[in-house]
Design a protein around this ligand. Structure first.
Ligand SMILES: [Mn+2]
Length: 462
């Protein structure tokens, strides 16, 4: 974890915004796979991690903002725990590592919360998204688990989102270290792509490299020769050497910050002319978007710029027609680019998504569109310096969607449906980097991972 002063400052900044009442953070419990003693690998709640750095199960933090008292609640290790697990820090030691002055057992938390409720004091807590959190909060607050989120503090959500959105240099170092491992994964993908010849085997190799580095995936990786299936999970269908291979992968840093990288490579090592044409459009859209992603710009407009670049390129190829800006205004680009340009990255790969996508990505100025494609944009709001976001445009040829739009005659002014038959087996291309927002545009974080056609092909030769 970071030095305890980091967590103290984060909590102090939080309290300064909220002023009075109590803040309650409930951490995660172990999540059993098939019986309690055989749990999934533990991953702490990201807001709990952000304010404490503590990666321990069954803990809660209560901050009394009226007297400044901070308390860590949790189980004290028993002799049995020590016999099975080895020596463990005491609760007091855990608390002091996080700069928290007081510690106590969980029964005491229940009493303190009840007293505060009885006194009519506000208790701010974040919405829960795991059954164990819902049960714990429900028990503590004497609320039914399926209604406990109705009492979540909108004010606390706002303050936490504002704070976690702006990354410090320490956090950016973490994200860059996670990106460093992504580069190794890209190199391994390129190296092993032909011997292994299916996505399951490649995913296993990449998972092994990740685990050996002491890390883990930040989300289920997408490794597929069918890039048009946006979240296709690895399967064992053999690749064809004429296919493109899309890898969208992210790992956690030591302090659990995420990375999120997508590259699309030709399995043969050389892009075909048709693949190259589409690839260059995606790359141009990504580069234009990164330049535009400056503090003060709305990400919605950056997304639109990427969409306009894509439409312009597809018009040049004869797959679209009309004016790119008109096509994007109508939403015709979403046939090829049906998802959003990106999202924030931090302790979560979709940072803070558990607090509500709209609470993170939209505000009073920028409301989420209901238009197909644009509605999937997770982040639309105005950017600020030191936000960290992904920029990940793509072009996909999705047969079911092309068929439906053609039948409906949808946007036939903009789409050359008769030209699309030749692309039914093309798949999809996405290129994604993680970018730090600066006053002058986006700064790509992490080591260089090849993305120009020539450097991708050169990497494939090794
Ligand atoms: Mn992403």
């Amino acid at each position: 974890m970071f030095d305890q002063t980091v967590y103290r400052q984060r909590r102090a900044a939080l309290v300064a915004q909220l002023a009075s009442g109590l803040v309650l953070f409930v951490g995660h419990s172990a999540s059993p796979i098939n019986f309690a003693a055989n749990p999934y690998p533990f991953r702490q709640d990201s807001s709990f991690l952000y304010y404490s750095g503590l990666n321990n199960a069954d803990c809660a933090i209560l901050i009394d903002m009226d007297n400044g008292r901070e308390t860590l609640y949790g189980p004290e290790a028993t002799l049995d725990d020590v016999i099975w697990t080895g020596p463990l820090p005491s609760l007091k030691e855990l608390a002091s590592g996080a700069g928290i002055a007081h510690s106590d057992g969980l029964p005491r938390l229940a009493v303190t919360v009840q007293e505060a409720q009885a006194a009519g004091r506000p208790i701010h807590y974040l919405p829960a998204y795991r059954p164990d959190q819902l049960l714990t909060l429900g028990r503590l607050l004497a609320a039914s688990p399926d209604r406990v989120n109705e009492g979540a503090s909108q004010r606390l959500i706002q303050v936490v989102v504002r704070q976690r959105s702006v990354k410090t240099s320490d956090e950016i170092v973490e994200i860059e270290s996670a990106l460093g491992l992504c580069r190794k994964l890209f190199q391994a993908l390129v190296r092993h792509r032909l011997q292994e010849n299916n996505a399951v085997a490649l995913a296993g190799i990449l998972e092994g490299i990740t685990a050996a580095a002491g890390s883990r995936f930040a989300f289920s990786p997408i490794i597929t020769s069918r890039g048009e299936i946006l979240h296709n999970q690895p399967d064992n269908h053999p690749f064809k050497s004429s296919d493109l291979l899309l890898m969208d992968i992210g790992v956690e840093s030591r302090e659990h910050y995420a990375s999120d990288i997508t590259r699309t490579i030709p399995l043969s090592g050389r892009f075909s002319a048709r693949q190259k044409d589409i690839y260059e459009i995606v790359l141009a859209a990504q580069k234009a978007a990164i330049v535009r992603a400056a503090a003060g710009a709305r990400f919605l407009d950056v997304h639109r710029l990427a969409a306009i670049t894509i439409c312009g390129g597809l018009c040049d190829l004869g797959l679209m027609k009309g004016t790119a800006a008109d096509a994007v205004h109508a939403g015709a680009h979403a046939l090829f680019f049906p998802h959003g340009l990106g999202h924030m990255v931090g302790l979560d790969v979709h940072d803070m998504e558990a607090l509500g996508e709209d609470n993170v990505g939209y505000d009073a100025e920028t409301i989420r569109s209901e238009q197909f494609g644009l509605a999937a944009l997770r982040l639309g709001r105005r950017l600020e310096a030191n936000f960290v976001v992904t920029v990940e445009p793509g072009i996909y040829f999705i047969p079911a969607l092309m068929d439906q739009w053609r039948q409906e005659g949808r946007w036939s002014d903009f789409i050359a449906f008769d030209k699309l038959a030749a692309y039914r087996k093309f798949g999809g291309i996405r290129i994604e980097d993680v970018v730090q927002i600066t006053p002058h545009g986006g700064r790509v974080l992490g080591p260089v991972i090849p993305k120009a056609v020539a450097t991708v092909e050169a990497a494939c030769e090794v």
